[in-house]
Design a protein around this ligand. Structure first.
Ligand SMILES: [Zn+2]
Length: 62
């Protein structure tokens, strides 16, 4: 029973991250600099390697 819920949540969380990144970029007129790290498995963008590792753990390690 918890399986589909977890899958739905992850799908939602991924969409949320994607929307937030787009909104933030729009808000700050952000151009992604050369030092940005883009996740290889989803549209998530981090601005340092530690954050990207954190993202991998929370979003893709399970
Ligand atoms: Zn990712």
């Amino acid at each position: 029973m918890a399986g589909w819920l977890r899958r739905s949540w992850r799908k939602f969380a991924r969409a949320y991250v994607f929307i937030c990144a787009r909104e933030d970029a729009k808000r700050w007129q952000l151009v992604i600099p050369a030092g940005a790290w883009v996740c290889q498995r989803c549209p998530h963008v981090s601005f340092d390697i530690a954050r990207l590792r954190e993202h991998y753990v929370f979003a893709h390690a399970f």
